[in-house]
Structure formats: C-alpha cells, structure tokens
Design a protein around this ligand. Structure first.
Ligand code: FAD
Length: 527
C-alpha cells in the first residue's frame, strides 16, 4: 500500500452523529470491515455534549423521543442497558398559563380554562387528542409495529389512520384549524409555535411525545454517544476523530473511498455519508454528478432554524433550581408573539424571544459539582444576523468582537430567564454561548441547523414521495441522517443508518425497504 493511503475497508462511514453511529455499528455487527470518520474531536454531532469546570452541558438536543425506534435500536446494539433513563418532563409557561405537561387531556382543560371565550381551543385540542391516539396506536417507546414483521392486522391498524395523517401533514390544515381563534395574539401563537410552519402532525405529536416519550440518559447524551463508539470498536470497527472528509472518491462510476482534508486516501468498497446534504452535492461528491435542476433545488431548499444556546454553571443547588423550574424542561413564552429571526432582525431581537430552559443536572446530580447545578437556555436565531454575529463570515476566525458580542446576547437571554428563575444572573459561575457558527464547527451542518425545514413546500427536492432518500447518483454511495429521512430528528436519523446498513448487508426488512424505494425511484423516472 502506498504512503498516504489506508484501506481496504468494506465501508467508510462519514460522520459520527447518531445516524453514522447506528449504521457503523450494524455494519460491524454484520461482519463488515468498517472505518468511521468524524471531523470533530468526539462523536455525537447534534447530540454531542461537553464538560466545563465540573458542569456537563448538552450542546444540541437536550433530550429526545424514542418513537418505537431509538430504544429498540440501542437495545439491538447493546447500549440501552448501559444507561439509566429518565423521562424528560416538560412545563409550559406564558403570561396566560403555567403548568406541567402531564397529559394531553389536562393540557386541553388548562388551555380551555385560560381562554374560555375561545371555542376554537377546544376544537384544536380535540384534533391533538386524535393525533395522540394515532401515535399511541401506531407505536410506543419500544414498538413500531410496521418495522417488526408487519402482520395484516398491524397494516390494517395503520391504514385506518392514513386519511387523518394525510390531513395533518397538509401545510394548510394547521392554518385552517388554528386560524379560527379570534384573539389575534393567541391565533398568532397557535399558528406559529414550533419551528417554521410546522405542520399540524408535528404540532400535535409534540404534546403527545412530551408526556409519553421524551427521555434523558442519566450520564448526559454524550455518554450515550461514547457508548456507541465503544461498542463499534469492540465489534472490530475503527474510529478516527479530527478527520474531515474532503471528497468521496469515484472511479469508473462507483465509490472508491474517501479523501481526507490532510490528503489521505482511504479506500472502501462502499461509502455511507452521514453529513450535510448541501455540502455533499456542492462539494464532497460534486455538482457534476447531479442534474443541474436538482443542484439548484438543493441549494434553494430551506433548512431548520439555527439555535442560540446559553450554557450556565450555577452556584445554586439542584433542589433550589427545581423549585423554580419544576421540570427538566420549561418552555417559556414571555408573550404570545413568536419570532424566527433572520439576518435583518433588529439588534434586540433575542430579548423578546421564547426560550427553552433545560437542566441536565436536575435529575442527574452527578452532572454538576456538589451543591451546584447546570442550565441551558435555547432559542432560535439566524447565522447571518448582525453580520454573522459580528464575525464577518460563517467560516472566519472567531474574533474577540464575536466572543464579546455573543456573551452580551447570551446575557440578554439570561435576563429574560429571570422571569422563571429570579436572581439567575447572580448565580452564574460559568457561562458560555453557542451560536450557529459554533454548531457548524461541531456538526458541519449548513447554517448551523439540523436538517431540512419542516415545511415541505420549501424543501424543493421533496417531490411527492421523495422525502425519503438514501440515494446518491453514484454506485456504492449512500446517504443517511436527518437530511435523508424527512422530517429528520433522532429516531429517523438512527433508523436511516439501520436501513442502509441492512441494505448493504442484504437483510430483511429494512434492506428490502431500501431496494423497494430505489425501484420506485427508477419506475417513477420512466414516466
Ligand atoms: C438544539 C437541537 C435540538 C434538537 N432536539 C431534537 C429533539 O428533541 N428530538 C429529535 O428527534 N431531534 C432533535 N434534534 C435533531 C437531532 O439532533 C438531529 O436530527 C440528529 O441528531 C441528526 O443526526 P445525524 O447523525 O443525521 O447528523 P448530525 O448529528 O449532524 O451528525 C453528523 C456528523 O457528521 C460529521 N461530519 C459532517 N461532515 C463531515 C465530513 N465531511 N467529514 C467528517 N465528518 C463529518 C459531523 O461533525 C457530525 O458529527 C435537535 C437538534 C438540535 C441542534
């Protein structure tokens, strides 16, 4: 073998987020020789976390849902029993209502009580209850019957919900339903709460999932990612951190391996790419492999919102913090006005924003020094706001101006959070602020987001059924992760890794699912 050339692997997996980790583990479990390449110093991507001065913080996700997908996958891979799992509880607080989210019915009653003159609130929550019933019937944290050798009964049970699922996924449905609210500020809240133009199916599903299916591993989410790396290596897999992949190499129309940023060539028969899809098209594989029209659509498609994160180590015992928060997460809306910042938003935009307050150490005291606690504040922002956060560009050095600026904006969020935790700013022992520029460094996701928009009309490559796509137009190249399986998120990303691994291993049922999608794609192209 030549110097600067490593090989020969069966599969090179690019990216050690949940999708890459799931895929690499299944492949190694199936006997493949696999190398997992990650540009960051650790695994996790959007699910990575970090320790500072004895405090642990989750950098992206603060907890996540199983959807009948994650727990079975973690069990199959042998890491579920290595962790203690806490249900991640939620509370919602606005000037009009403030309660822990304990059931969909209780939420409905409290909302109706808060707005007795708004009959539409009852109508909306009747529909949310249907979504909750649908989700309860289709899966629970441990079972997704359609993925487990589907029986005719299971298929019938799912088919029964198809018309409703179609209705809830229609972007106009939420507008029609929530548009019935009379009060302008409340109508605005019901129409806009969540990500940009979230369809009703997701709006409804969140109320259900917050009650039944949101989880936190007691050692922090990074500990789960580390377990997946360890398991992969124990199965004979090889991991390389701090190894950005510059190019996927193609020879005679099929994958030959990858080229790293340092110029090392790693040969592999197959390449599974779990990174940003826009980068794949414009750079890592290259535009020449795609139709020009497709390239344009990929570039113009909307992404999810970037996040502003404030990480706080507090000189406040967990018991004290719990008195204020009550639950692991608090969704706090200072008023009913919801904003998604863009590059033209005013300088004070974050002072008025909603935020989620999450404390990793609330239920897991080991995640903060004795007598202290950790807190993460999160809200939407935009990468290009205030000239890339006064950094000049997304890729430039992190200037002193940038650091000072993000700290000042972070303190604005802290001030806002004092409506939930009075005197918060006096309790701060450690403070750091993450912007979309930080997220790019940890994930390489364009604009520091986490996959495509939830508003399908702005995902221009979606087509009618095209939002499931593990396809790259080169033999032996697969794509997985939140860009490949709309609407993304932890379960879909992990499942996409399993599907592609099983496809490479020729296993039932997910492998066949992939073959069926590919066949469908080819047939569709004929017409
Ligand atoms: C703040 C926040 C909150 C969220 N909350 C939830 C939630 O509650 N529920 C939920 O389901 N989902 C949530 N998500 C989304 C969820 O975290 C992601 O969809 C999921 O983790 C994506 O996993 P992935 O493996 O597809 O991609 P990523 O996590 O983005 O991982 C991709 C990995 O590939 C690496 N990489 C990329 N390009 C290269 C390259 N060229 N060379 C080498 N390495 C590369 C990156 O460094 C990264 O580690 C949230 C995301 C964020 C940011």
């Amino acid at each position: 073998m030549k110097k600067n050339q490593a090989g020969n692997y069966d599969v090179a997996v690019v990216g050690a987020g949940i999708a890459g980790l799931s895929c690499a583990n299944y492949l190694a479990q199936g006997g493949k020789k696999v190398i997992l390449l990650e540009q960051n110093h650790q695994a996790g991507g959007c699910m990575s976390g970090f320790w500072r001065k004895g405090f642990y913080f989750d950098g992206g996700d603060q907890s996540f849902e199983s959807n009948g997908i994650i727990f079975p996958i973690l069990s199959e891979l042998g890491v579920y029993p290595e962790h203690d799992w806490h249900p991640a509880s939620y509370r919602i607080k606005t000037a009009f209502y403030d309660f822990p989210i304990t059931s969909v019915e209780d939420t409905r009653d409290r909302m109706i009580a808060a707005f007795p003159d708004e009959p539409a609130v009852k109508v909306i929550f009747a529909e949310v209850e249907k979504v909750s019933r649908c989700f309860s019937e289709l899966f629970d944290p441990w079972h997704f019957p359609l993925l487990e050798k589907p029986s005719p009964q299971k298929i019938f049970a799912a088919l029964k919900w198809l018309p409703a699922l179609k209705r809830w996924a229609d972007p106009e449905f939420r507008n029609r339903l929530c548009g019935q609210i009379r009060r302008e500020d409340l109508r605005h809240w019901f129409l806009n709460v969540g990500y940009y133009k979230t369809p009703f199916i997701l709006f409804g599903a969140f109320w259900h999932l917050w009650v039944k299916d949101y989880w936190y591993p007691a050692g922090g989410i990074q500990s789960l990612m580390n377990s997946l790396v360890k398991k992969f290596e124990s199965r004979g897999g090889e991991t390389r951190f701090k190894t950005p992949v510059k190019k996927i190499l193609v020879r005679d129309g099929r994958a030959e391996g990858v080229l790293t940023e340092t110029g090392e060539k790693i040969t592999a028969n197959q390449v599974v790419y779990a990174g940003d899809y826009q980068r794949l098209v414009t750079d890592v594989l290259g535009e020449t492999y795609f139709e020009p029209d497709f390239v344009e659509k990929v570039k113009r498609s909307r992404l999810t919102e970037g996040m502003l994160n404030v990480f706080l180590g507090l000189n406040l015992p967990a018991e004290e913090l719990k008195k204020h928060l009550q639950t692991h997460h608090v969704l706090f809306y200072p008023d009913l006005k919801l904003i998604i910042p863009d590059q033209n938003s005013p300088r004070d935009v974050h002072q008025k924003m909603w935020m989620e307050l999450s404390s990793p150490s609330l239920e897991s005291p080991g995640l903060a020094p004795p007598g202290k606690s950790s807190l993460v504040l999160q809200t939407f922002t935009h990468i290009g706001w205030q000239n890339y956060w006064q950094n000049g560009s997304e890729s430039g050095e992190r200037t002193p101006e940038y650091r000072e600026f993000k700290k000042a904006v972070g303190m604005e969020l802290v001030k806002g959070a004092e409506a939930v935790i009075p005197g918060l700013s006096e309790k701060i022992e450690y403070l750091d602020v993450g912007t979309p520029l930080s997220a790019i460094r940890f994930t390489m996701n364009s604009q520091g987001g986490a996959g495509w928009t939830y508003h399908l009309p702005d995902l221009l490559i979606a087509g009618r059924f095209g939002f499931v796509s593990f396809h790259a137009p080169v033999a032996g190249v697969f794509t997985i992760g939140h860009y490949s399986f709309w609407p993304g998120g932890v379960p879909n990303s992990a499942l996409s890794g399993k599907i592609v691994a099983n496809s490479i291993l020729g296993k039932f049922p997910e492998g066949q699912l992939h073959t069926a999608f590919e066949l469908f794609r080819k047939v569709k192209r004929l017409f």
